[in-house]
Design a protein around this ligand. Structure first.
Ligand SMILES: Cc1cc2nc3c(=O)[nH]c(=O)nc-3n(C[C@H](O)[C@H](O)[C@H](O)COP(=O)(O)O)c2cc1C
Length: 286
């Protein structure tokens, strides 16, 4: 897949045509999901692609403040429960998102907080846990409106803010990448000299819950350390999915521009004085 092109063109699609995905597209997506690269190889994952009944059964129960997106199809990702399985799900789910886009199929992650409730409402009988819900369908380009509740605001469902532009904003690389220690911003030149500017440029385009862009990187010699922020309005689930997605973006671009990368999902043996609202998710050696 052409990751740079796909990442540049990806956006969350919230208004879908009624047309269901073609059977052969569903087959191709499932096949891709079953064989695509994993962050952690020994976690069993299963991909279901369901129809619009998901909307009827989960409306009010999943999505920002229960605001479920009405799409013709949905990916339901199930996973074995093992260390870092949610981060792994973020990585795999976003591989599916990019593959779908490659097939001109739009998508949007949908948040939720209770796997059993989802399984019961969708009639899924499995020992595995629901780790991702992703709406799928053809973009109905009619409207340019997104529904994102203001971060931290205590609004009712009916007061979800509507932004009349579907291009979401992003922080700059200098806001998310630090050199050697926390808070010491890396410049574009610093990153260019290390052949990492592209990788961070694309990483910052990753989707995240409520577009909170919680990721910060510390570049320390040949090591890249990833920390993500805990926010009071997001849970561990969203933080870990957001981390898995950005790991995929960074890795996919470094793989094509520089070298193969393997994320190690633990904290390096060094104290970077990271503020307490951030947690180190992992690091990789470049
Ligand atoms: C884990 C996760 C959960 C999300 N949940 C929802 C959701 O429930 N409803 C929604 O409309 N968007 C949801 N989004 C989409 C984000 O709001 C979106 O990615 C972000 O605002 C950036 O916009 P973009 O994807 O168009 O670049 C979610 C994204 C992630 C990564």
């Amino acid at each position: 897949m052409e990751y740079k092109k796909l990442i540049s063109n990806r956006k969350s699609v919230r208004d879908y045509k009624k047309t269901a995905l073609k059977k052969e597209h569903i087959k191709e997506l499932k096949n891709y999901a079953n064989t695509s690269k994993r962050l952690i190889n020994d976690i069993e994952v299963e991909t279901l692609i369901m129809g619009n009944e998901v909307f009827e059964n989960l409306n009010g129960k999943a999505g920002y403040k229960g605001f479920m997106l009405d799409a013709p199809n949905y990916v339901i990702l199930l996973s074995e429960k093992k260390d870092s399985y949610i981060i792994n799900a973020g990585y795999i789910g976003e591989e599916i998102v990019l593959k779908a886009l490659d097939m001109q199929i739009g998508s949007c992650w949908i948040t939720f907080n209770d796997s059993n409730l989802i399984k019961n409402n969708l009639g899924i009988n499995s020992d595995k846990e629901v780790v991702a819900i992703i709406a799928l369908g053809y973009d109905d380009n009619k409207t340019k409106i997104i529904n994102i509740p203001t971060i931290g605001a205590n609004e009712s469902k009916t007061k979800i803010s509507r932004v009349a532009d579907n291009i979401s904003e992003r922080l700059g690389v200098e806001d998310i990448v630090y050199l050697n220690k926390w808070g010491c911003s890396a410049t574009a030149d610093d990153l260019e000299n290390r052949a990492l500017l592209d990788a961070f440029h694309y990483a910052r385009l990753a989707p995240s819950t409520l577009n909170r862009q919680p990721w910060r990187f510390i570049l320390d010699d040949g090591m890249v350390v990833l920390a993500v922020r805990n926010d009071e309005h997001t849970g561990t689930y969203e933080e870990e999915i957001d981390a898995g997605i950005v790991m995929l973006y960074f890795e996919a671009i470094v793989d094509v521009t520089l070298t193969d990368v393997t994320w190690i999902l633990e904290s390096p043996q060094k104290d970077y004085n990271i503020p307490e609202e951030y947690v180190v998710v992992g690091y990789c050696n470049i």
